[in-house]
Write a protein that binds this ligand. Structure first.
Ligand code: VG1
Ligand code: CO
Length: 542
């Protein structure tokens, strides 16, 4: 029944920050999906008879690719595939299923916060047995294999019913359709004080969660709506749609503007939150106050001991390099180590496995802990709710007290999207070439004290990553970071990360754009963004 199909390589199957992402028509080219999936299997060893986890964020093409992967997994010798009902698993839920059932690994179908639909984005990502994204040595091997692949294996079989929970035989393999939410919800109950949160909500505290027509709908409806008693109306856009209702499922102030406006209104709920396409990001907005993801990481770390799952304290905190230094001050105060990693969750896995870090975060609205090996949007929301239930203060009160103790890292990220790739490369090359002469110079009136291209050596396995972002440090601790996105599907996206530290004795209540204005001018002066890209304004500010 196994069929060997001849194929020829595509030369563009290099996984980026988080898997392979392309437009749907690109994935629909003959054998494009098959080549990549076979390249994953060909780079792995020892999976015969083992379990694979499979699910995605429900975007357009999800169901078709589930069937392709199932047939190929059977032909390649897996013993069992655990597939989320309807092909649905959020990224953190998939990570949990891999760990809970001791699976060999998992394939997650998602392009995260990128739009979905017949002409929008699709993605495929491989996660290893610890539940986390494949490290670079694995993704490099997958890419190398994709460049020489000449055949893939599949079986001739009808589509499997993935909508009914239960087991089906497929060739010599078993396909087990599992409830997409149950294991994840059970894990959350072990970490958080659901009774205390239920009591808070029962006392009139109002929660609004925007699932953005993406994968977290069913998870939030079950956990926030039912188990925590917030009711159906507390979850907006709760049904996952193949095109996310035509929106970007990106939880930031641009794409979740409705939610933001509702939280800024006079009759606002007490707490608003949103997640992205695949459920691993989070947006936190209190009544009248937006919490930047970098601040959220710091505030969660400072208060995590209030949740039962973290009552024993944290072993360490890890953050991606462009994330603000707010968490560093919390780590200092707690007397625990702070790890600074390149962008992308795959760099946190070794630290979590080795027990060096308990909580991790990225400025791009990703926060998580050692409960899984992915960032986890709903986890962050529940930890916030647990902290709010324990402290019985508002989000604004918690933030204000945090800044008064630790100082405030004013922070913004400016994204220039769909930039010509050659122009973006030229901008970065020019910056890199000028690094040596920057320290000691003055840019737009600000004194530069350091300039480098971030390189990382993993403290656990010694693996290295270079060219992870140009960072320029100024007198007083301010910083600008430049890097190119590794998740986009058209042209280049330039990300400029801007940060300024204000000590507890300083002005802690400025509007962020005003607090950052001198640095924004310095970014333009040092990088020549307008000269290279023709852009005078960023497309998205988060
Ligand atoms: C972006 C974010 C990064 C995140 C990655 C995947 O990467 O900056 O922090 O880990 O997306 O997140 P890049 O290379 O475009 O800057 V997700 O929720 O898209 O899986
Ligand atoms: Co995501």
């Amino acid at each position: 029944m196994t069929v060997t199909v001849a194929t020829t390589p595509y030369d563009d199957q290099k996984p980026g920050t988080s898997g392979l992402r392309k437009k749907v028509p690109h994935f629909q080219q003959p054998n494009y999906v098959e080549n990549f999936v076979q390249s994953i299997f060909d780079s792995l060893e020892g999976f015969a008879g083992q379990t694979l986890v499979l699910g995605g964020d429900g975007r357009f093409y999800n169901r078709e690719v589930v069937q392709i992967v199932l047939r190929m997994a059977a032909a390649n010798g897996f013993g069992r595939v655990l597939v989320g009902q309807g092909g649905i698993l959020s990224t953190p839920a998939a990570s949990n299923v891999i760990r809970r059932y001791g699976a060999f690994g998992g394939i997650i179908l998602s392009a995260s916060h990128n739009p979905g639909g017949p002409h929008e984005d699709f993605g495929i990502k491989y996660n290893i047995g610890n539940g986390g994204p494949a490290p670079e040595k694995v993704t490099d091997a997958i890419f190398a294999r994709s460049m020489t692949i000449d055949r893939y294996l599949t079986i001739e079989a009808a589509d499997v019913d993935i909508d009914t929970i239960g087991e089906t035989a497929l060739g010599g393999m078993t396909v087990q359709v599992i409830d997409s939410v149950a294991d994840y919800a059970a894990l959350m109950e072990t970490l958080f004080d659901f009774d205390a949160i239920r009591t808070l909500i029962g006392s009139g505290f109002r929660v609004l969660f925007d699932a953005m027509s993406a994968v977290t709908g069913p998870y939030a409806a079950e956990i926030i709506g039912r188990r925590l008693g917030a009711g159906e109306a507390a979850v907006l856009h709760a049904t996952p749609l193949p095109d996310f209702g035509g929106h970007h499922p990106d939880p930031n102030l641009v794409h979740a503007k409705d939610l933001y406006d509702r939280l800024m209104a006079p009759d606002a709920p007490d707490f608003g939150a949103a997640s992205d396409g695949d459920g691993d990001r989070n947006l936190i907005i209190g009544k009248g106050i937006f919490i930047t993801p970098s601040d959220s990481l710091a505030m969660l770390a400072a208060n995590a001991h209030l949740a039962p799952g973290y009552a024993k304290g944290l072993k360490g905190i890890a953050r991606s390099m462009p994330t603000s230094g707010a968490a560093d001050r919390v780590a200092d105060a707690l007397g625990i180590p702070l790890y600074e990693t390149p962008t992308g969750w795959k760099f946190f896995g070794t630290l979590l496995d080795a027990g060096l870090a308990t909580i991790c975060g990225e400025e791009s609205a990703g926060t998580g802990s050692d409960h899984v090996r992915e960032k986890d949007g709903l986890w962050a929301v529940l930890l916030w709710l647990n902290i709010l239930a324990a402290r019985r203060e508002s989000v604004a009160e918690i933030a204000t007290a945090h800044w008064a103790r630790y100082g405030r890292n004013y922070y913004a990220r400016h994204d220039y999207e769909g930039v010509d790739s050659a122009a973006a490369d030229a901008l970065m090359a020019e910056l890199r070439a000028g690094l040596g002469s920057l320290p000691g110079s003055t840019v737009a009136g600000l004194a530069v004290v350091s300039a480098d291209d971030f390189a990382y050596t993993d403290p656990v396995d010694g693996s290295t990553a270079t060219k992870q972002g140009v960072r320029i440090g100024f007198e007083g601790g301010s910083r600008i970071v430049f890097r190119l996105s590794g998740t986009g599907t058209s042209g280049a996206t330039l990300r400029v990360y801007i940060e300024r530290y204000e000590p507890p004795t300083g002005d802690l209540a400025q509007e962020t754009p005003i607090g950052l204005a001198p640095l924004i001018a310095a970014a333009e002066a040092v990088a020549g963004i307008a000269r290279h890209t023709g852009r005078t304004e960023p497309d998205v500010v988060t």
